[in-house]
Design a protein around this ligand. Structure first.
Ligand code: ZN
Ligand code: ZN
Length: 135
């Protein structure tokens, strides 16, 4: 039996469960994630879409570009997921919407070319100036 982890938005209207482990994790510093989350750095957990299920509520969808769908709680605004057509059957979940964000620590940083001048990363994780290397 694989373990599962739960998460949800700030107000609790939207809740989800992730079965098993993420495929990969990382933070994004691109302008789009920054604006969508009003945060300097946004940690993501990339999971099999089939492993993610919403257990309460339904997030609102927003296309931040033609091939990208972001979701968030329509009541409190917490960003929840990010999906682009190239992902196919996988989806990103905001790591900090997990009940235990420490469960899925980032293993890399992407879009560091968009990094704000006052952000200084102090860890040894690999950095990518643009998106993650395609796999
Ligand atoms: Zn909410
Ligand atoms: Zn991003």
């Amino acid at each position: 039996m694989s373990k599962s982890i739960e998460g949800g938005c700030l107000c609790g209207a939207v809740r989800y469960r992730i079965q098993g482990e993420p495929l990969v994790t990382g933070t994004c510093q691109c302008r789009s994630c920054r604006k969508a989350s009003a945060a300097a750095i946004v940690p993501w957990s990339h999971v099999n879409a089939a492993d993610l299920s919403f257990t309460a509520g339904k997030p609102v969808e927003y296309n931040s570009s033609p091939s990208v769908t972001r979701t968030f709680c329509g009541r409190c605004g917490t960003p929840l997921t990010y999906w682009r057509t190239e992902y196919g059957p996988a989806i990103d979940v905001t790591t900090c919407s997990l009940d235990d964000p420490d469960a899925f620590p980032p293993v890399a940083h992407v879009w560091t070319s968009h990094q704000l001048r006052w952000v200084k990363l102090a860890d040894e994780l690999p950095c990518f100036e643009e998106g993650p290397p395609s796999n």
